[in-house]
Design a protein. Structure first.
Length: 291
């Protein structure tokens, strides 16, 4: 709105909006004393840009927690290996390590140990050195050879309980040489959901950040059964219907079956069904937690 002069400038029109239009005032972005980033913020690209834009070159941060990941079972074979009778591919350690890395944690492992007590104890000793937390999967239920439960109960005052959730009923916790241990069941879906319910809040606390918000609501795309008296977590895919509603459909035909490792690969979220509900009908509203 000028003649583009250099030494003298002629304004040819009054700017729409009046005085101050197109002028960037001091303090428009943040006023003096405003908070740039709250404690617990993960320093990703946007956060770093905000700091740089306010002239901040250094901030105080938390050290990344070091989490050891341990999977147990004589039947476990590394992916790519050859299966013999009675063996399965180990997936829990891979899943947990990748999830923890994504959350900003330094991961040790995954370490895979068999069910022999001395070897398990030795491996746990090694993993505890330098770890802030250990997450293990497998051997936590009531079997006579469930090595995780046996060793942690006898040598680490471990506490093991059955909780009212499905999947993920058997849970345990202990301290091994002072290092907290979370002991999750070994079925893959049980492990993943146990981490979402019990492990992720611990990681959020270690990182000093706020836990994610609660569940949102979605429409059930199909019906399914839920065990009365237990809170059910079902891996689901999320889509939108022609009315713009969020729709949750089980990612696997077996729903929340605890051994269906591939159901997690196609899931966007977990549908959460309360303890009082035994049947979900198509069109019912269900809570969903993002994965």
């Amino acid at each position: 709105l000028t003649d583009a002069g250099e030494h003298e400038v002629t304004v040819t029109e009054v700017p729409r909006g009046g005085t101050g239009a197109h002028v960037r005032g001091a303090g428009e972005d943040l006023a003096a004393g405003d908070l740039v980033l709250p404690a617990g913020t993960l320093l990703g690209p946007a956060a770093l840009g905000a700091l740089a834009g306010t002239g901040v070159a250094t901030v105080q941060v938390r050290r990344r927690p070091v989490v050891g990941v341990l999977a147990t079972g004589d039947e476990l074979v590394a992916p790519g290996g050859a299966l013999e009778r009675g063996q399965i591919f180990e997936s829990n350690g891979t899943h947990l390590a990748a999830t923890l890395t994504e959350l900003g944690v330094e991961v040790r492992g995954p370490v895979v140990l068999g069910d022999e007590r001395a070897a398990f104890t030795s491996g746990l000793d090694e993993l505890a050195r330098g770890s802030d937390l250990i997450i293990l999967t497998g051997g936590v239920s009531v079997g006579d050879f469930d090595v995780s439960r046996i060793v942690l109960q006898e040598s680490a005052d471990g506490v093991f309980r059955h909780v009212r959730m499905q999947p993920g009923k058997p849970q345990g916790w202990a301290r091994w040489h002072g290092v907290p241990v979370l002991a999750f069941p070994g079925n893959p879906v049980s492990t993943a959901i146990s981490f979402e319910v019990f492990g992720r809040p611990v990681i959020d606390r270690l990182l000093g950040r706020e836990a994610p918000g609660g569940a949102t609501l979605a429409v059930a795309g199909t019906g399914w059964r839920s065990p009365e008296g237990r809170r059910q977590f079902v891996p689901v895919r999320l889509t939108s219907d022609d009315r713009g509603r969020l729709v949750a459909t089980p990612a696997h035909r077996r729903g929340s079956a605890s051994h269906m490792a591939t159901s997690l690969g196609g899931a966007h979220a977990l549908a959460v069904v309360d303890e009082e509900t035994d049947t979900v009908e198509p069109g019912d509203l269900v809570g969903v937690r993002s994965l």
